[in-house]
Design a protein around this ligand. Structure first.
Ligand code: ADP
Ligand code: MG
Length: 380
């Protein structure tokens, strides 16, 4: 019948998505600031899948260095264009996959612009977070006759290796623990988990979270964010006919600036902040590197960030990293190290992702995995 056709379509769709790989890296170049807009800066050109930098050398000649990614967005790409390739991941969350979308880059490179948007939010300028939730609501509504979904959100901050709740009215001071449970996966039980039914609910919560987020002065940006912020969306689905349940989760992470410590000329508390940021970003790189080399031990426990994202990084999840660079010539050093980090991440090819379902569908899952493996083998 009709439902069987739908189901087949969904499977086929997921197979196609799985073949594209579970970790994708998109690079976004922000526009040059102010009056320099006609200039290319350090980026000579971009196309769909690669970016070329102009590298000055000591003998006065210019070199060129090209980096390849799953997708590259140039300075004129709109928020809508940047989000359009992300939409399939949103569907995955409703199908019971874990998804992690994160923004990486030095301070001022456009991470918050991509995830949240600029200060004056309009329909056109809203970022990935809002668009992702809007799509979640739309898609879950389309499935209302077959599946009932409950959607709730948490908003956390990791600052100096401490997890804090951003959805609290008492200033987010309490340190929270990350737990792992068989029924809920990785979770932060003491953080507020707020049910949402509309995009306006989400906007209100995001406003509250942003007010709570820790910001402090650095030499590079007076309101630079020295913490990782993570909007986590929990989706619980119940099949109305069979009663089976599924659980999906999406982390939307705006990482702290990736710039090296010496650049920011910081001391004291700010040096400590920078060291914590360095530690967690290198832990993130180490986790992904060890996943790509298929090591049996993956060092998730080396930072709070990798602990929190544990079940959204690796074979059971789909990960999308937006890597941000600024074309300003002064940023070239950081731009190169950002692109090197990103290239290390993007070579990853992990196994087929797994759906979080309850025990009743193990047989079906095994069949699905077998057919995905066969499809993968055919691809090679
Ligand atoms: P980060 O979060 O990485 O520190 P921001 O997102 O705050 O960087 O961006 C720094 C500044 O540049 C902001 O004023 C932001 O509005 C602007 N900006 C960043 N990316 C873009 C873009 N793609 N288009 C227009 N302005 C941008
Ligand atoms: Mg920011």
């Amino acid at each position: 019948g009709y439902h069987k056709v739908l189901e087949e379509n969904r499977k086929l769709y997921n197979q196609v998505q799985d073949l594209k790989g579970n970790i994708r890296v998109y690079c976004r170049v922000r526009p040059l600031a102010g009056e320099k807009q006609n200039n290319h800066g350090s980026v000579s050109n971009t196309n769909e899948g690669s970016i070329s930098l102009i590298i000055p050398s000591k003998n006065g000649k210019e070199g060129k260095k090209t980096f390849s990614f799953n997708r590259v967005f140039g300075p004129s790409a709109t928020q809508g264009e940047v989000f359009s390739d992300t939409q399939p991941l949103i569907r995955s969350v409703l199908d019971g996959y874990n998804v992690c979308i994160f923004a990486y880059g030095q301070t001022g490179s456009g991470k918050t612009h991509t995830m949240t948007g600029p200060n004056n939010l309009t329909e056109e300028t809203v970022g990935v977070n809002y668009r992702a939730l809007r799509d979640l609501f739309l898609l879950s509504e389309q499935r209302r006759d077959t599946i009932h979904y409950d959607i709730s959100v948490q908003m956390l901050e990791i600052y100096n290796e401490q997890v804090r709740d951003l959805l609290t009215t008492d200033g987010a001071h309490k340190r929270l623990d990350i737990r792992n449970s068989s029924s809920n996966g990785i979770n932060v039980p003491d953080a507020n988990l707020v049910p949402v039914t509309s995009t306006s609910d989400v906007l209100n919560l995001m406003n509250m979270g942003h007010k709570n987020r820790t910001v402090s002065y650095t030499a590079m940006n007076d309101r630079s964010s020295r913490s990782h912020s993570c909007l986590t969306v929990h989706v619980q689905g119940r099949d109305l006919a069979s009663g089976n349940s599924l659980r999906g989760c999406m982390h939307l992470v705006d990482l702290a600036g990736s710039e090296r410590v010496d650049k920011s000329e910081v001391t004291g508390d700010q040096l400590k902040e920078a060291q914590h940021i360095n530690k967690s970003l290198s832990a993130l790189g180490d986790v992904i590197a060890s996943l790509s080399q298929k090591h049996s031990h993956v060092p998730y426990r080396n930072s709070k960030l990798t602990q929190l994202l544990q079940d959204s990084l690796g074979g059971q999840a789909k990960t999308l990293m937006f890597v941000h660079i600024s074309p300003e010539p002064e940023a070239l050093g950081e731009t190169i190290s950002t692109l090197k980090f990103a290239e290390r991440v993007s070579t990853v090819e992990l196994g087929a992702a797994k759906v979080n379902k309850d025990g009743s569908d193990v047989k079906e899952l095994k069949e699905q995995i077998a057919s995905l493996k066969a499809a993968l083998a055919r691809k090679k």
